[in-house]
Design a binder for this molecule. Structure first.
Ligand SMILES: C[S@@+](CC[C@H](N)C(=O)[O-])C[C@H]1O[C@@H](n2cnc3c(N)ncnc32)[C@H](O)[C@@H]1O
Length: 287
């Protein structure tokens, strides 16, 4: 896949080819080659937020909506206790689709945190179907919320959510998708946590969230997402960051994309439960 690279209008390599295959082989082999690790960075932070939400609602059952869920990676990490390294190994050791399907049905049959209900949202229909079929996700919604309102059936899958998360998706999606998710779940006042590359501005989402009475806080620190795929991609991203007035020295100049964590919660919750009590800051560590 990395042999014939094209670039999208943000300067990133175009990976749409790998997002919607019938099974996850190419997704994991390509991302492994790039050292993609943001779901692993996200895992302990999402777990701390789930714990805090459980304390706040005095209920263990937690509904998590994962926007841009792909093959259910965050579900595999959060509900099934796996790591990215384990996923990369597990999807490299079998190359027959039928054997993989049978193995995965067994692998995801007994979640380590069954009180999490994972609902994935993605426009990649085959990725979502695979993840639901094998149990990485409890349910999936195939839609593009950038362009379309949720159908009544989608809305039923998205209501009563506790936490809306994303890794590697903002940039493909904007405040438009986030607002449609929020409107689908207004009664439960879900919290949100999005890992967003530094090259993408989260400002419009913050403003949208503020209109709904939410406060967005950026957790201190930066999180390695993946290595640049080529010197061309590196240069395009460095130029973009420079154009945004951001200093990439010692961060993206190391050859990695970095993301920041934006957490949004209703104003009264943000006041009552300071974010730095839930999530310790992340010192810069280059992988
Ligand atoms: C880099 S992958 C990240 C997947 C997964 N969250 C992870 O971290 O492994 C980006 C995902 O965003 C999805 N995506 C792109 N545009 C989207 C849209 N408009 N709505 C929902 N998902 C979208 C892609 O299909 C792909 O699965």
């Amino acid at each position: 896949m990395l042999d014939n690279m094209t670039y999208d209008n943000t300067g990133k390599i175009n990976m749409s080819d790998i997002y919607n295959k019938p099974d996850p082989f190419i997704y994991f082999s390509t991302l492994s080659e790039l050292g993609y690790r943001i779901p692993q960075e996200a895992k302990p932070r999402f777990q701390q937020l789930i714990e805090a939400r459980r304390n706040a609602t005095k209920s263990d059952s937690t509904k998590v909506v994962d926007l841009g869920c792909s093959y259910g990676v965050n579900g595999a990490l959060l509900k099934h206790g796996l790591s990215m390294d384990e996923l990369y190994r597990l999807y490299a050791e079998i190359n027959d689709p039928e054997t993989l399907l049978a193995r995965d049905r067994e692998l995801y049959a007994a979640p380590v945190d069954p009180a999490i209900e994972m609902v994935g949202v993605d426009l990649a229909e085959r990725a979502v179907s695979y993840a639901v079929e094998v149990g990485m996700l409890d349910a999936g919604v195939v839609t593009n919320l950038e362009t379309t309102d949720p159908t009544p059936m989608d809305a039923a899958s998205l209501e009563n959510t506790d936490l809306i998360i994303s890794t590697g998706c903002v940039g493909y999606v904007s405040e438009v998708s986030l607002e449609r998710l929020l409107r689908s779940s207004l009664d439960s006042r879900p919290w949100m946590a999005h890992f967003v590359l530094r090259m993408f501005d989260f400002g419009a989402s913050e403003e949208m969230l503020a209109r709904h009475g939410y406060v967005t806080e950026k957790v201190t620190g930066v999180f390695p997402q993946r290595q640049f795929a080529s010197s061309e991609e590196r240069q395009q991203v460095l130029d973009k960051l420079d154009g945004m007035g951001l200093d990439a020295t010692g961060i993206e100049t190391t050859g990695w994309y970095f993301a920041e964590l934006h957490v949004a919660r209703p104003e009264e919750v943000a006041k009552a439960m300071p974010i730095d009590k839930i999530l310790p800051s992340r010192d810069l560590q280059i992988a």
